[in-house]
Design a protein around this ligand. Structure first.
Ligand code: AMP
Length: 419
């Protein structure tokens, strides 16, 4: 029998996994450096959790099924709603603000294409219990530092849904229609959005894009409208902090985001050359979600990276993704020395634990020359050759496969030599 992978899924080879681990590890270093601690949430949930507020764009694409107990569950399409659920039930007792991050696979029944999969990975952060521009600016700065640590060139767009929602409130657009309008704006259908609102001002605002200067223009256009002007002040403050932190951004009032729970600042990072799926990061403020899930009203802001797109972008921009871990093959020169080689490998491993050096032992009993060919074809760094003559003097021969050199080294100094 021959099986094909399900559509929209991928296998990752050891080489790809090493590259993915390199990027994931780099991002984890940056977010942990900002004080974010990792959490893990279930791969499946009650479907309703996401249906309530994640928005049609996400909930229509969920893998929903009934389990054997008749419960309607789904594979998680995103994690923010889960973190909000977790906070509402168990994390609310922690001192705030709470800085959390997660990494793992998400599932959406999409039409598979480049950069769009049915199983894809996200790394995201959530900052819970902090209101205001400083918190907004922190997560934006964090996203930028992650992208920069990988070495990626990107464009960052910032907006305030508070402006768009506030204006629609004042124009008496009810919340269901607001969600549809934002959905249309998110898809770039400004004419459709204007049709739904029945007012040109929203469409004019949505057309504004540029440096923080456009905030002044928006201010003039919105004169007399209380709510959107208040939201504008907040985004102005965020922009000021970003300037002070040396974070480059573009204000773009058409960034609406597909997820319904956003209430204030929203942002996206895009990478030229990725085509239609150029957005590698999306996030924003969602101040009502935790309350909606039965928790105390808690302001929150966060973002998620589309990890697969980051990998694609790194390839596209020619970024070398190499870890500096070394690997060693211990090879006996004859069958009598097999157990001695295995013993030596064990000793080396114990001595080098935590240093990132991996130590393997030759298992097949093949000729030394064949072992050496294997080691260089497999991309290993060293072979440690265990021979009778050297062993009698408590020594081994170390062959550096990258440099093509070899040296006789005392067994007692071997660990230090390989580091
Ligand atoms: P969202 O949770 O929809 O805000 O998405 C956050 C990020 O996840 C996006 O910016 C994309 O980079 C990535 N993403 C979303 N859906 C997919 C998908 N089907 N395949 C790959 N990446 C995705």
């Amino acid at each position: 029998m021959k099986f094909e992978r399900p559509r929209g899924t991928r296998d990752f080879s050891p080489v790809e996994m090493a590259e993915r681990a390199c990027v994931e590890g780099g991002i984890a270093d940056v977010v942990e450096g900002f004080g974010y601690a990792r959490v893990e949430t279930p791969m499946f949930e009650h479907a309703e959790l996401f249906e309530l507020k994640s928005g049609g764009d996400v909930s229509d694409k969920m893998y929903v099924f009934e389990d054997k107990g008749g419960r309607r569950v789904c594979l998680r399409p995103e994690v923010t709603a889960q973190v909000a659920r977790m906070f509402a039930s168990s994390l609310k007792v922690f001192p705030k603000p709470l800085r959390l991050y997660y990494a793992g696979p998400m599932f959406r029944y999409e039409r598979p294409q480049k950069g769009r999969y049915r199983q894809f990975w996200q790394i995201g952060v959530e900052l819970l219990g902090a209101q205001g521009s400083l918190a907004d600016a922190e997560v934006i700065q964090l996203a930028c530092e992650c992208l920069e640590s990988i070495g990626l060139e990107y464009e960052l767009k910032v907006n305030s849904l508070g402006v768009l929602r506030g204006l629609m409130d004042e124009l008496s657009v009810d919340s269901a229609r607001q969600a549809r309008v934002l959905g249309l704006i998110d898809k770039g259908d400004f004419a459709g959005a204007r049709g739904l609102v029945g007012d040109t001002l929203l469409a004019d605002i949505v057309g504004l894009r540029g440096s923080s200067r456009v905030l002044g223009e928006a201010g003039k256009m919105l004169e007399g409208y209380g709510k959107p002007v208040k939201a504008l002040k907040e985004i102005e403050e965020t922009a000021g902090i970003l300037d002070a932190l040396n974070v480059s951004y573009v204000i773009d009032f058409s960034v609406a985001r597909g997820l319904e729970y956003y209430t204030g600042m929203v942002f996206e990072a895009g990478i030229e050359g990725l085509g239609a799926q150029k957005q590698v990061c999306g996030g924003g403020r969602y101040d009502n979600l935790i309350g909606l899930f039965g928790g105390p009203d808690t302001p929150a802001v966060g973002f998620a990276f589309g990890f697969d797109r980051l990998m694609e972008a790194a390839r596209l921009q020619g970024i070398e993704l190499k870890h500096d871990k070394k690997s060693v093959l211990v090879v006996p020169v004859n069958e009598q020395l097999t157990t001695e080689a295995a013993r030596l490998a064990g000793e080396l491993r114990r001595g080098l634990r935590g240093s990132g050096v991996s130590v393997m032992v030759e298992l097949t009993g093949r000729k030394l020359s064949k072992s050496l060919t294997y080691a260089s074809e497999a991309g290993l760094d060293y072979t440690v050759i265990v021979g009778d003559k050297e062993l009698a003097e408590k020594k081994v021969v170390v062959k550096d496969l990258r440099e093509g050199r070899q040296e006789t080294v005392e067994v007692g100094k071997l660990g230090g030599f390989l580091l």
